[in-house]
Design a binder for this molecule. Structure first.
Ligand code: ADP
Ligand code: MG
Ligand code: MG
Length: 210
C-alpha cells in the first residue's frame, strides 16, 4: 500500500535541509582535508534555495517535489556535488508520477537516482565518493522493500548502511573528483560527499518514522 505521499517527501527534503544546516561545518571540515572546503557551504546554499522553491510550489505528484528539488540544486550549486545531487533528485522524481507511491516504487526511484549519479560522475563503488554511501543504502532499502518491509524500516536500514559506507571511505584512496588529485594523501579521511549522502538517508528515515 502507498506509504509515500507529497507531504512525506516534502518533510524528507525539509529534514535534509535541517541536517545540512546542522552539519554544515562538519561537511566543510571533511572537504578541507581532501578538497576545497566548500561542501557544507555548497549544500547549505542549495538546500536553502530548495526550501524557498518548495514553499512556493503546489505539487501534484510526489515526483514534482523531487524534480523541483533537483532542478534547484542544479541551478544554485556549483562544484561536483550540486549537479550530482541535482540529477539524482530529478531522476528519482521522474519515476514518481502519482500523488502517492509504495515502498517498492520509491526504491525504484532511488535506484534511478543512483544510476544518474553514476552516469554523470562515472564513479564506481570504492572510488571514495557519495556512491560509497548511496549504493549500500539503496541495496539495503531494496532488500527490505522486497521482503515486504514498510518505508520506515527500509529507510532506517538504508540510513544505517549509508553510515557504514561512509566509515568505509576512510581507508580508501579517492579515484574521482577533487580528492583524487591528492592520490595517496586522500587515504585516512572520510569523504565529504558520502557523509552528506548519509544525511540524506538519515533524513528519509526520520521523515518516515515521524
Ligand atoms: P567540489 O569538489 O567541486 O568542491 P563538493 O565539495 O560540493 O564539490 O563535493 C565534493 C564531493 O562530491 C566529494 O566528496 C564526492 O563525494 C563527490 N564527488 C566528486 N566527484 C564525484 C563523482 N565523479 N562521482 C560521484 N561523486 C563525486
Ligand atoms: Mg569541495
Ligand atoms: Mg568546490
Amino acid at each position: 500500500d502507498p506509504q509515500v505521499d507529497i507531504a512525506l517527501v516534502r518533510s524528507w527534503i525539509r529534514s535534509v535541509a535541517a541536517a545540512v544546516d546542522a552539519h554544515k561545518d562538519q561537511l566543510t571540515e571533511y572537504d578541507s582535508a581532501i578538497g576545497d572546503a566548500d561542501h557544507g557551504a555548497n549544500l547549505h546554499r542549495g538546500f536553502s534555495a530548495v526550501l524557498d522553491a518548495l514553499a512556493a510550489q503546489e505539487p501534484a505528484t510526489v515526483g514534482d517535489v523531487l524534480v523541483k528539488t533537483g532542478s534547484t540544486l542544479v541551478s544554485k550549486v556549483g562544484g561536483a556535488a550540486g549537479p550530482l545531487y541535482g540529477s539524482a533528485f530529478r531522476a528519482a522524481g521522474k519515476k514518481l508520477t502519482e500523488p502517492t507511491a509504495d515502498t517498492r516504487e520509491f526504491g525504484e526511484a532511488l535506484a534511478a537516482g543512483l544510476e544518474s549519479v553514476r552516469r554523470l560522475g562515472g564513479a564506481a563503488p570504492g572510488d571514495k565518493t557519495m556512491v560509497d554511501a548511496y549504493a549500500p543504502a539503496l541495496e539495503a532499502f531494496q532488500r527490505v522493500a522486497a521482503e515486504g518491509g514498510g518505508l520506515a524500516v527500509a529507510a532506517r536500514a538504508a540510513a544505517d548502511a549509508a553510515e557504514e559506507g561512509v566509515r568505509a571511505t576512510v581507508p580508501l584512496q579517492a579515484r574521482k573528483g577533487r580528492a583524487s588529485y591528492l592520490g595517496e594523501r586522500s587515504v585516512g579521511h572520510q569523504d565529504p560527499g558520502a557523509t552528506s549522502t548519509a544525511l540524506v538517508f538519515g533524513a528519509l528515515a526520520e521523515a518516515a518514522e515521524a
